[in-house]
Design a binder for this molecule. Structure first.
Ligand code: ATP
Length: 359
């Protein structure tokens, strides 16, 4: 942190709609700055498919150094289906950054904002307010770039370590405790496939060990296949869920869809020291350059960033600013903003204007 209440933020717009949703998020932070004693210094840096096309690298070393020096990282979205490594995988600096900075806890809240349509019958009455925590440095993704493919077969290895699982579960229990203190149920569900795989039985055993340190949190287990059905039938029964990387990758798209779509779902990738904040969605090449991208998820990711900075540096004003952004987003939707993402006529500029006005 450069000075009291002054934060240096690394800004990686990325590809596709990444820069399109980043610009509104920075505008929102500038407005917060004007109305509080917080100050932000934004430094933009390249990463993603565009940079790879020009240089043959997913991001330059200077981007990594900037992220090391900054107080937090904001990322739009990276990768394009049309730009690939020789092994046909996409350029994904966001995943490399998770590994580099050991950002093991992928925090993905799914909160149904009043006025936003959910595909789940009854959700408008019962509400949805859950957080999915996706382990983000190992699991099946530990195999990224290391899979072995021959003419006759292909293998990828899933890795679960005690060290990361313990920290992941400690983080998850603490989050459940914080939510309980704010009036939520404070339950934590471990999502696994412990009935079939030894690695998941190990994952579950560590979860149960860590649970003993947190008697105030109601801990339970659910198999991933059943979990996906319950999330569709009765999402209001969940509070905090924690799971392996690949399961979390899939379930977090599902939970985002419960609350209006990927454009509504923010996320944070958090480690012991560093953290990166980005929307759950990808680069959405089908709508890029058309002014249709919903910036809400990116804007809500900045609120998560402020909450994390507040917690890390003990600056209550930053947490309040994060809450103000959430309330402004809620007000914009209560006042009738409807993004094209779910059938409305409001594009990026309209949503941004409505949130800025509500602020
Ligand atoms: P990735 O694998 O990089 O996460 P993806 O394949 O899941 O990406 P997205 O780029 O997230 O795909 O897009 C999935 C669908 O959701 C697309 O039809 C896209 O247009 C839509 N979408 C994603 N984000 C937004 C947004 N912010 N606003 C409107 N629509 C979006």
């Amino acid at each position: 942190m450069s000075a009291n209440n002054a934060f240096h933020i690394a800004v990686l717009g990325g590809d596709g709609i990444g820069p399109e949703v980043m610009a509104p998020a920075l505008e929102v932070l500038r407005k917060i700055e004007a109305k509080s004693d917080l100050a932000f210094r934004f430094t933009e840096a390249p990463a993603g498919a565009g940079h790879y096309k020009e240089t043959g690298k997913s991001m330059p070393d200077t981007t990594i150094r900037l992220c090391e020096e900054a107080d937090a990282i904001l990322l739009g979205a990276c990768g394009l289906p049309s730009v690939r490594y020789p092994d046909n995988t996409e350029i994904a600096p966001q995943i490399e950054l998770r590994f580099h900075f050991d950002l093991y806890a992928g925090v993905r809240p799914a909160r149904l904002i009043p006025g936003v349509p959910s595909p789940i019958v009854g959700a408008d009455q019962r509400g949805i307010d859950l957080v999915l925590i996706r382990e983000s440095t190992e699991g099946l993704f530990a195999s990224m770039g290391k899979g072995v493919v021959t003419d006759s077969d292909a293998r990828e290895t899933l890795v679960i370590t005690r060290n990361t699982s313990q920290r992941l579960f400690e983080f998850s229990f603490r989050l459940a405790e914080r939510r309980k203190a704010r009036g939520r149920p404070g339950t934590l569900s471990c999502v696994d496939k412990a009935n079939v795989f030894r690695a998941f039985a190990f994952f579950r055993r560590i979860f149960d060990e860590v649970a003993k340190n947190h008697p105030g949190v109601k801990a339970d287990h659910v198999y991933v296949d059943a979990c996906s059905a319950y999330l569709v039938k009765r999402p209001w029964d969940f509070d905090v869920l924690v799971t392996e990387n690949m399961f979390g990758d899939i379930l977090s798209d599902l939970t985002a869809s419960l609350v209006g779509g990927l454009g509504m779902a923010p996320s944070a990738d958090i480690g012991d020291r560093y953290a990166m904040f980005q929307p759950c969605h990808g680069t959405a090449p089908d709508i890029m350059g058309q002014g249709k991208a919903n910036p809400t998820a990116m804007i809500l990711s900045t609120a998560m960033m402020l909450d994390w900075l507040a917690d890390k540096h003990g600056i209550e004003g930053a947490a309040e600013a994060g809450e103000r952004i959430e309330r402004a987003v809620d007000k914009a939707y209560a006042d009738g903003i409807k993004p094209t993402e779910f059938g409305g006529s409001n594009g990026t500029a309209d949503v941004t204007k409505a949130v800025l006005e509500a602020l």
